[in-house]
Design a protein around this ligand. Structure first.
Ligand code: MN
Length: 564
């Protein structure tokens, strides 16, 4: 057995002792796959260790099935390993006994329940590692059990991982359930997608060295340029929305560029747009505006070689690590910083306000922390919230009484501003309609449309209120128009390597969201013009920025205007 991962834990450490203890305790038992039972415990612990969790979590991972499957009791664990490890093991054992009724409509409540119930976030993370490993051996279970297990994983654990920012794990879990939940579709996809994937992967491989060379020429040293194939499960969902037409899936294979700094991210975006024109409306700046689960990256879709539509994702190493590990990454950072934290207090996430969902839970769970498990099941502690679903199957969490307008602003400010109508469960409803949990909400928009002052009478969220008020102020100043409003800068400069990097650096230093970036060089290749569009900026901000841009080496002329 390969126990290489164990090497970093000293002899006599709690991890080593838990290893020997669990191995001995499970020695007579085999998995359905025929392997020794302990191989499962070890695999879970190895994953938890790789994610950078603390020793207590790794030890608890080794011991997580001891109470359930051997004659040892919680008391034995506590005596041997102390209260902290025992309490994580206890949480994991109890979590296994929570019944998940497949008919339950409000799976989001179940997800939240798991977090609240666990009390210690480490329980949830070890549980996710446990679930991940179990999914690999699912084929050894009886067919009926397979399906409900896969359902639980897809409906509860994969979204939970996503909400915790562990996007890669979430995607993997979802993908592992796909053949069990949708066997016919899976077979269809395997048959039809193979050639497409191979073709796209080959093309991405050809693009990689080109991108690397391009970046180096502009004095950006990429840390990695990778291609990533779209997962089967999400590909299938997307195909469904696009008449099963592969040509409409732009990110079948996406290229991922990892660079050193945020400035490099924006500069890379500009360099890519310099060579390949971007598809309008597909630049997504998740650095200036991270997703609610904390995800950060720049996304753009361009017409690359042979006019093939290609998606690029640009990020720093830190963003990359967070995308893989989510909340566990924050945990690891906290540990590295040396503050001896106590996991039960959630200190690992306290400073990351982007993980709002978890923060909310933290405050909610305080109200139920003293109740025992059966009691808290009965208390509807989420009665103040409703959970509605987007056409993309994302669950959106809103206050009781929220309307389609609140929903629209929750998705994106532009969707809110341009909202003209709404459908709930396929039927058109008025904009002041009171949404209910489980509603599937679809927003109809019209370009150039502005919010109505009357909405302020019925909306429920402060997010929508602030956005509407802000827009009304802006519209009164600048009459309505069709194009989305922006501030545009034209920068004429002497073309030199690193110029884009320096100039976009000034924007990101001021935390300004770039919505468009293009550069063109004149015929002699001496002067180039960079066009940058941003969200509409205040006069003071523009003036400050102009001064900064002028001081960038090589700049000949700068002008700015307001686009509407
Ligand atoms: Mn297990």
């Amino acid at each position: 057995m390969d126990t290489g991962w164990l090497q970093k834990y000293p002899q006599k450490s709690s991890v080593r002792e838990a290893f020997d203890f669990a191995k001995e305790a499970h020695k007579d038992k085999k998995r359905n796959s025929g392997e020794p039972y302990f191989s499962h415990c070890e695999a879970v612990a190895e994953t938890v260790s790789e994610w950078g969790l603390d020793d207590e979590s790794v030890a608890a991972a080794l011991l997580h099935d001891v109470i359930e499957d051997t004659s040892y009791t919680l008391r034995d664990i506590e005596k041997r390993f102390g209260k902290e490890i025992a309490s994580i093991v206890d949480g994991l054992t109890k979590l296994d006994k929570v019944p998940f009724p497949e008919k339950d409509q409000n799976v989001e409540t179940l997800r939240k329940f798991i977090i609240s119930f666990s009390r210690d976030l480490r329980v949830v993370i070890v549980k996710l590692a446990d679930r991940h490993h179990n999914m690999f051996t699912l084929k050894f279970l009886p067919p009926e059990r397979q399906k409900s297990f896969a359902w639980e994983t897809s409906e509860i654990y994969a979204p939970l991982a996503y909400r915790l920012g562990m996007q890669r794990l979430s995607g993997e879990l979802e993908d592992l359930t796909f053949p069990f939940l949708h066997p016919e579709e899976y077979k269809w996809l395997l048959k039809n997608v193979k050639v497409k994937f191979e073709e796209r992967e080959k093309y991405a491989e050809e693009l990689k060295p080109l991108v690397k060379k391009l970046l180096l020429k502009n004095s950006i040293r990429p840390i990695a340029v990778d291609s990533r194939a779209k997962r089967y499960s999400s590909l299938y969902k997307k195909l469904h929305r696009h008449d099963m037409d592969f040509e409409k899936i732009y990110d079948l294979v996406a290229l991922r560029i990892v660079v050193k700094t945020v400035e490099d991210c924006y500069a890379t975006l500009g360099i890519i747009h310099k060579i390949w024109p971007p598809l309008p409306g597909r630049i997504k700046d998740y650095i200036a505006r991270p997703k609610p689960n904390g995800y950060r990256s720049l996304h753009t879709t361009v017409f690359a070689g042979d006019n093939k539509i290609t998606e690029f994702q640009i990020r720093t190493e830190e963003m990359h690590r967070e995308d893989e590990l989510g909340i566990a990454a924050h945990w690891a950072y906290e540990q590295v910083k040396g503050s001896k934290r106590n996991g039960r207090n959630w200190r690992g996430v306290r400073n990351h306000k982007e993980l709002l969902w978890v923060e909310q839970l933290r405050s909610w769970q305080q109200n139920i922390s003293d109740k025992d498990f059966v009691d808290s099941l009965a208390v509807d502690f989420f009665k103040e919230r409703i959970f509605v679903i987007t056409p993309h199957n994302d669950v959106i969490d809103l206050p009781h009484g929220a309307t389609p307008v609140d929903f629209a602003y929750h998705i994106h400010s532009e969707i809110g501003n341009q909202c003209v109508g709404a459908k709930v469960n396929g039927k058109i409803v008025p904009l002041d309609y009171e949404l209910r949990s489980g509603d599937m909400v679809e927003i109809m928009t019209q370009r150039g449309k502005n919010p109505s002052e009357g909405w302020l009478r019925f909306i429920k969220t402060s997010l929508a209120r602030d956005q509407i008020k802000g827009m009304i102020r802006k519209v009164t100043r600048f009459p309505a128009s069709r194009e989305p409003e922006s501030t545009e800068f034209k920068i004429v400069n002497r073309d030199r390597p690193g110029f884009l990097k320096d100039v976009t650096g000034e924007f990101s230093a001021m935390k300004i969201n770039i919505t468009y970036l293009q550069s063109s060089t004149d015929k002699r290749g001496v002067l180039s013009t960079v066009t940058v569009r941003t969200e509409p900026l205040s006069k003071t901000k523009i003036e400050k920025l102009l001064v900064k841009i002028k001081s960038v080496e090589g700049v000949k002329e700068v002008s700015s205007k307001f686009n509407r």
